[in-house]
Design a protein around this ligand. Structure first.
Ligand SMILES: Nc1ncnc2c1ncn2[C@@H]1O[C@H](COP(=O)(O)OP(=O)(O)OP(=O)(O)O)[C@@H](O)[C@H]1O
Ligand SMILES: [Mg+2]
Length: 333
């Protein structure tokens, strides 16, 4: 449940990286040692947003948009160049030791567990770091292991685990100390469909029961559809949309998709605003621009000209809508 309690304030957050650019080959490598050609990359160009307690917010954007940089700054792993961040009353990169007791992190691309140890050993080490008492810790660790079906996998060295198994261990680690806020950077990366679904349900359950706030980055639109009411879309270090997922769907879903099954062979036809996406002998996949024609008129036309067995009308997949927004470089919707 969402309350009006704002726990994350981000204002004008900026971060620029400086890297050395070099050409191909040995000579270029030597040259770059003596004559480094520095290139600046603006990863975050002054982003601002607030997040309330109990929200699950999806952070979306194409590769290199600035999502991970944002989460790193918010979790205190990175000093930004300018801007202010206040989370649960802390400035993350200044009061890290106290601050991390309140947050959990999962960076899907990197492990936060010790590679050579079983995850359960890392959990024990963190118990002291988080100053948890034994009873509270035991209860929490058992509950998480049970819920994520990880009884055996937490006993194997992390390096021996499959990606999906490791992710379950990472999620347990992020929630051990009952944090109020959790940052999940690509938590479902590499998971099979069933594991993804289980993890999503688990996150929803924790959110509902504990009022835990989550910020999630993902390239999987099913994650977003299942988990997030609100999305923040970043492109080239700038926020291009911050609002309800439903709203973008409505605003951008001007096209409708029609799947038409025929009892006779399809013949070529033309209808204003209608594009044939795919056609086989007995099946047509159509896209209709609803600003140019009405769905009911297209259905009427098809019924009149074809022996129609079935028609299914749907919105375009959310992937297509988001991809369209990504292409609107740096504009505000
Ligand atoms: N440590 C670093 N040094 C130099 N450049 C960096 C560093 N970290 C990020 N960048 C650059 O900043 C930009 C934003 O990177 P970031 O990792 O935040 O993207 P992202 O949105 O998480 O992308 P992805 O979807 O691929 O994970 C990229 O151009 C990246 O190359
Ligand atoms: Mg990233």
């Amino acid at each position: 449940m969402v309350t009006e309690n704002i726990i994350i304030h981000v204002k004008n957050l900026r971060k620029e990286f400086e890297t050395v650019k070099r050409g191909h080959g040995f000579l270029a490598a030597v040259n770059s040692l003596f004559n480094p050609k520095k290139v600046k990359k603006k990863a975050l160009k002054g982003i601002s947003f607030d997040i309330k307690e109990g929200e699950i917010v999806g952070l979306l954007g194409p590769n290199g948009a600035g999502k991970s940089t944002c989460l790193k700054a918010l979790s205190g792993l990175l000093w930004p160049d300018s801007g202010t961040v206040n989370i649960l009353g802390y400035v993350p990169w200044k009061e890290r030791v106290k601050y991390v007791k309140n947050i959990g992190v999962v960076f899907g691309q990197k492990t936060t567990l010790f590679w050579d140890l079983p995850a359960i050993d890392t959990y024990h080490l963190n118990k002291d770091l988080y100053e948890m008492d034994n009873k509270e810790y035991e209860q929490q660790v058992h509950m998480l292991i049970k819920k994520l079906n990880a009884k055996d996998i937490v006993k194997s060295p992390v390096r021996d685990l499959s990606l999906g198994e490791r992710m379950r261990c990472e999620v347990i680690q992020s929630l051990l100390h009952k944090p109020k806020l959790v940052f999940l950077d690509e938590p479902t990366i590499g998971l099979d469909i069933i594991s993804k679904e289980k993890l999503r349900e688990f996150i929803l359950d924790v959110n509902k029961k504990e009022k835990t706030t989550f910020i999630v980055t993902t390239h999987d639109m099913q994650d977003i559809e299942k988990l997030c009411k609100r999305v923040i879309i970043i492109n080239h270090g700038t926020i291009v949309y911050d609002g309800l997922l439903e709203k973008i769907k409505k605003k951008f879903a001007k096209d409708k998709h029609l799947e038409v099954k025929l009892s006779e062979k399809a013949k070529p036809f033309k209808f204003k605003g209608c594009k044939v996406l795919n056609a086989t002998d007995y099946e047509l996949k159509l896209e209709l621009d609803t600003r140019k024609a009405k769905v009911k008129d297209l259905i009427g036309y098809l019924m009149e000209h074809f022996d129609v067995a079935d028609i299914i009308v749907s919105d375009p997949p959310i992937e297509e809508i988001i991809a369209e927004i990504f292409q609107k470089k740096g504009t505000t919707l």
